[in-house]
Design a protein around this ligand. Structure first.
Ligand code: BGC
Ligand code: NOJ
Length: 823
C-alpha cells in the first residue's frame, strides 16, 4: 500500500493522507538554522546544535505520535456562533486531527508545503529556511471557496524550548520558574536566561495585525487540555498572557474576513538571533531586549516578495548542487534516488550526523567521528569547501596518539568526554574521508594544513601527520593474531568484546572491563588495508618514497594476518573475542557469518584474484541475503552472550542482531561490482531502495524517499519493517555503490574513472558529472555482452578507463562509452 507518490518533475514526494504509518519528515535549513518537519507540521527547530540551542520544544515518543510543531488553527467564527460542529481545525491535520476534505503534503528540497481544505476553505502552508538566514518562514495562503464571506480566526502556536533540550526535559524545579518573554508590535520574543549568560533569543512574528496573543501555555490551552483542543481556539479569545516561568509559548490570534473567492496570505517568521554581548539590551541599564537585528530582518521577510524570492533562490541552490551528478537510466528507481533523494539525504547526514531526527532525540549524540567521515564520502562532490572544513574539524578532535573522540559537539567543536575514545576503527575513517576529498578536488595542499591535536593550541601538526597517526594507532594496537585490537567496538558498535556486562543500564560501549589486549577485529584489518592503500597512493603523489614503502609493507603484512587468521574457509571471520575464540566462524554455534568483513576485506582488494572474494560473496548470498536485503549475520543470536555484548541484547532480527543493517549492504554491492557482477550488485541495490519499497509502505513504515538504518530481518516478528530513517551511513554508501561502482563514474587521484558494470539488459545510460570544473557529458551504450569498455572523448578514443587530463580551455566534454563486445 502507498500513501503518496513521487512527483519526479517537481522534485517532491507527495503524501496524500495525513495518517502515514509513522510521521514522514523533512529537514529545513542549510547551514546553521535547522528544523525538522513532519507531514502534519510536527517537529522542532534548533540553531547549530539540537541539544544546546533548541528553539522549540518537541515531545519524543509520545502518544499520539508527533506532538509539538509549527501549528496553525483555523476557527470559523460564524460556524461557532451557530453552534456547528467542527468549527475549528488544523489545515495540517495535527494537532486537532479533525478530518479534512482534502489534504496534501509535498516534501521538497529544503521546504515542505501542506495543503488542507475543509468546509470550502483552502489553506496552503509552505515552510522553509531562506539561504543564509537564521529563521524559518511559514507562508500560508487562505482561500475562501464559499459563496458567502468567511469570518475567521487564525491561531499560530509554538512551544519554546528553554534552549538546552536535555535540561529542558529534566530540571523542572528550576525551569518552571525561569521562562521570560517580551511582546512588542505583535512579535513574541522568547528570552529565557537572557538576563544572565545567554545573548541569544528567539522570536515568532506575523505579517498581519493581530487581535491578541498568548505566551503562557496553560492560558492558551486551558488546564488539562492538549494541543488538539486549546481553550483559546474553542472560545475564539486571547488574554494576552505574558509568561513568567512555566511554559512560554508563542501564539498569535488573527481575525480576518475573506469574501467569496478571496485569498489572503499570512506569513509567520520563527527566528533565532544572537546579540553582541555589549549590545544585549536596548538600553544598558534596562533588561529590555535589544531587538534591532530581528526587526530589520522582519521588515524584509514579512513581505511576500522577499519570501517568494527566497524560496526560488533555495530551489536554484538545490538545482545547482544536484547538477553535479545526474543520470538518466532505464530504471526510474535509480534515477530518482541518485538524482535527488539519495543526494538530499546525504546532505542531511552531513549536517546532522546522528544527532537529530525522529529517531535521534538531538540530546544524545553529537557529531560522530566515524559517522561524519563516512557521510563525507557521499557528500564531498556537493560542496567540497564544506567537506574541507569538516575534515579539519574532525582532525582537530583527534588526539596525539591517533585516537579519536567518538563524538564531538558541532557548537564547540570539542570532543565529547562522556563517550571518550577507544573505538579502534575510528581513526582510520579519517584517511578514507581525506582520500575521497583529494580525489574530488586535487587539493593536495590540505595535507600540509596545520591542525591541532585535541584542539590544543600549540599542538598543531600537518593533516598528513594526523593521517599517519591514524595508521599508527592501528599498528600500535595489534593483538595475538597480529590483527587490530577492537577496543570498545569497531564499526559494529554492538560487538562489545571487552565489556562483560551483567548490570542493567550499563553502557555496553563505554563500560570496558576486559583488558582490551586480546579481542581483535577482522573488520578493522580490512579497513586498515583500504586506508593504508590510500596512504600509499597519497604518498606517491607527495613523492614520499619512504612512506610509500612503509604503508605498502603494513598493508601486505595485514593481508597475511587476515589470510592466516581471518579466513574461515568460505568467508572472512569477524573477530576474536576476549578468550581468543573466533566470532563469525563456522565453529560458532550462532553468528557464524557476518556481512561486514566480507564487504571490507573485498573492498580492500582481498581475494579478487584467488577466487576467495567470489567464495565469500557466494556465502553472503546463500546465508545472508533475503527478500528485504542482506542481514548482518546468521544465525541470529537467540540469547544474551556475555562475551559479545549489545549485539546479543537485541531480539533476533532487529538492529545489529541479524537485522538488515542497510549501511552494510552497499559494501556487498561494491564488492560484487568489483568482481564485474553488475546485475548482482543491482539486485541487492533494489532490495533496500526506498523507492522500490514504496509499494509496500504499510509494511516498510518509514519514508519511501530516504533510506532507513535498519529493516527487520528474517528472524524478526516483523520482517521488512524499517526503522531509524534519515540519519544513517546507508545514505552515503548507497550513493557510492550506485554512482561510483555500478554506474561506475568514480573520481580518482589523477582523474575521473568511467567503469560501469551494468546489467546485460540495459542498452546504456547517460550521465552528467561536474568534476574539477569540467562538465562530463557521458553517454554509455551497450554494443554487446560483457563489460569491455571503449571510451572516446569528443570523438577521440582514449586508452584505459580513466580520463586524466582535459585541455585547460575546455569546460565541457562529451564522453562516449561503448560497453560489451560485438561477437
Ligand atoms: C545501536 C547502534 C548504535 C549505538 C550507538 C546502539 O544501541 O544499536 O546502532 O551505533 O547504539 O551508541
Ligand atoms: C550506528 C552508528 O551511528 C554507527 O557509527 C555504527 O557504525 C552503526 N550503528 C553500527 O553499529
Amino acid at each position: 500500500m502507498k500513501f503518496g507518490y513521487f512527483d519526479d518533475q517537481n522534485r517532491e514526494y507527495v503524501i496524500q493522507q495525513p495518517n502515514t504509518p509513522l510521521p514522514w519528515i523533512n529537514f529545513l535549513g542549510n547551514e546553521k538554522y535547522f528544523g525538522i518537519i513532519s507531514n502534519t507540521a510536527g517537529g522542532y527547530s534548533f540553531y547549530q546544535d539540537a541539544r544546546l540551542r533548541r528553539i522549540t520544544r518537541y515531545r519524543y515518543n509520545n502518544a499520539p505520535l508527533d506532538v509539538g510543531g509549527r501549528y496553525l488553527y483555523i476557527r470559523d467564527n460564524k460556524a461557532a456562533s451557530l453552534g456547528q460542529e467542527d468549527y475549528y481545525w488544523s489545515p495540517s491535520w495535527q494537532p486537532v486531527r479533525k478530518d479534512l476534505d482534502q489534504y496534501q503534503c509535498r516534501h521538497g528540497l529544503g521546504y515542505t508545503t501542506i495543503l488542507g481544505k475543509k468546509n470550502d476553505l483552502i489553506c496552503e502552508g509552505s515552510y522553509f529556511v531562506p539561504l543564509n538566514q537564521d529563521f524559518e518562514v511559514w507562508r500560508f495562503t487562505l482561500k475562501n471557496q464559499r459563496k458567502q464571506p468567511a469570518d475567521l480566526s487564525l491561531y499560530s502556536a509554538v512551544e519554546f524550548c528553554l534552549w538546552d533540550a536535555a535540561d529542558d526535559q529534566n530540571n523542572f524545579q528550576r525551569n518552571l520558574s525561569i521562562g521570560e518573554v517580551e511582546v512588542e508590535d505583535g512579535v513574541i520574543y522568547h528570552k529565557t536566561e537572557y538576563r544572565e549568560r545567554r545573548n541569544h533569543y528567539s522570536y515568532l512574528a506575523c505579517s498581519v495585525p493581530i487581535k491578541g496573543f498568548e505566551t503562557q501555555r496553560e492560558a492558551f490551552l486551558g488546564p488539562y487540555r492538549g494541543w488538539e483542543n486549546p481553550l483559546a481556539v474553542e472560545k475564539g479569545t486571547t488574554e494576552n498572557s505574558l509568561a513568567h516561568g512555566w511554559q512560554p509559548i508563542g501564539a498569535h490570534h488573527i481575525r480576518l474576513t475573506l469574501q467569496p473567492g478571496e485569498s489572503q496570505e499570512v506569513i509567520f517568521i520563527l527566528g533565532y538571533q544572537e546579540n553582541s554581548r555589549k549590545k544585549k539590551f536596548s538600553d544598558p541599564e534596562s533588561q529590555i531586549l535589544n531587538k534591532s537585528e530581528a526587526k530589520s530582518k522582519l521588515k524584509m521577510y514579512l513581505n511576500s516578495d522577499y519570501v517568494v524570492n527566497a524560496l526560488s533562490e533555495l530551489k536554484e541552490y538545490w538545482d545547482d548542487l544536484l547538477g553535479v551528478y545526474q543520470v538518466n537510466t532505464p530504471d526510474p528507481h535509480i534515477d530518482r534516488m541518485v538524482n535527488l533523494w539519495n543526494q538530499y539525504q546525504v546532505m542531511a547526514t552531513f549536517n546532522f550526523s546522528r544527532s537529530a531526527s525522529y529517531f535521534e532525540s538531538g540530546i544524545g549524540r553529537g557529531m560522530g567521528f566515524r559517522d561524519s567521515n563516512q557521510d563525507l564520502l557521499g557528500f564531498v562532490h556537493l560542496i567540497p569547501e564544506r567537506a574541507r572544513e569538516r575534515i579539519l574539524d574532525l582532525a582537530g578532535t583527534q588526539k596525539e596518539d591517533g585516537s579519536a573522540y567518538h563524538q564531538y559537539s558541532p557548537l564547540t567543536k570539542r570532543g565529547n568526554d562522556a563517550v571518550g575514545s577507544d573505538f579502534n576503527d575510528d581513526p582510520l575513517w579519517l584517511v578514507l574521508a581525506v582520500a575521497a576529498y583529494l580525489k574530488e578536488t586535487e587539493d593536495w595542499p590540505i595535507l600540509d594544513n596545520l591542525v591541532p591535536y585535541d584542539n590544543q593550541p600549540g599542538s598543531e601538526k600537518t593533516l598528513f601527520h594526523h593521517l599517519n597517526a591514524s595508521i599508527n594507532f592501528t599498528l600500535d594496537r595489534l593483538g595475538p593474531h597480529e590483527l587490530p585490537l577492537i577496543g570498545r567496538a569497531d564499526w559494529n558498535d554492538c560487538l562489545n568484546l571487552n565489556c562483560y556486562s551483567t548490570e542493567p543500564g550499563q553502557s555496553f560501549q563505554t563500560t570496558t572491563n576486559k583488558g582490551g589486549k586480546t579481542a581483535e577485529s577482522v573488520f578493522i584489518a580490512g579497513l586498515f588495508i583500504l586506508a593504508a592503500n590510500e596512504m600509499v597512493k597519497i604518498s606517491k603523489f607527495r613523492k614520499d618514497e619512504i612512506s610509500v614503502n612503509r604503508y605498502q609493507k603494513a598493508a601486505e603484512k595485514m593481508e597475511l594476518s587476515i589470510w592466516e587468521h581471518g579466513w574461515d574457509g568460505e568467508w572472512f571471520k569477524r573477530a576474536y573475542d576476549d578468550a581468543g575464540a573466533p566470532v563469525g566462524s563456522r565453529s560458532c554455534a550462532e553468528g557464524q557469518i557476518f556481512i561486514e568483513p566480507q564487504g571490507f576485506c573485498i573492498m580492500a582488494g582481498l581475494g579478487l584474484r584467488n577466487g576467495k572474494a567470489r567464495m565469500a560473496l557466494d556465502s553472503v548470498n546463500e546465508r545472508l541475503a533475503t527478500e528485504h536485503g542482506i542481514v548482518l549475520q546468521q544465525p541470529a543470536y537467540s540469547k544474551y552472550y556475555l562475551n559479545l555484548g549489545e549485539i546479543t541484547s537485541y531480539p533476533p532480527g532487529y538492529k545489529e542482531n541479524a537485522g538488515i543493517f542497510c549501511h552494510t549492504n552497499p559494501w556487498i554491492m561494491i564488492a560484487e561490482a568489483m568482481l564485474g557482477e553488475g546485475k548482482k550488485a543491482l539486485d541487492y541495490y533494489h532490495l533496500i531502495n526506498p523507492s522500490v519499497r514504496e509499494e509496500f509502505s504499510d509494511l516498510h513504515k518509514c519514508e519511501p524517499y530516504v533510506y532507513a538504518q535498519m529493516i527487520a530481518g528474517r528472524d524478526a516478528a516483523t520482517p521488512g519493517e524499517a526503522k531509524n530513517s534519515w540519519l544513517t551511513g546507508t545514505a552515503a554508501w548507497n550513493f557510492l555503490a550506485i554512482s561510483q561502482w555500478i554506474l561506475g563514474i568514480r573520481p580518482d587521484y589523477d582523474g575521473l574513472i568511467i567503469d560501469p558494470v551494468i546489467p546485460e539488459e540495459w542498452n546504456g545510460f547517460q550521465a552528467v558529472r561536474k568534476f574539477r570544473n569540467v562538465t562530463y557529458k557521458i553517454n554509455v551504450s551497450r554494443i554487446g555482452q560483457g563489460d569491455d569498455l571503449k571510451i572516446s572523448i569528443d570523438g577521440k578514443h582514449i586508452r584505459g578507463n580513466i580520463i586524466k587530463r582535459v585541455p585547460r580551455d575546455l569546460s565541457e566534454i562529451e564522453v562516449d562509452v561503448s560497453i560489451g563486445s560485438v561477437t
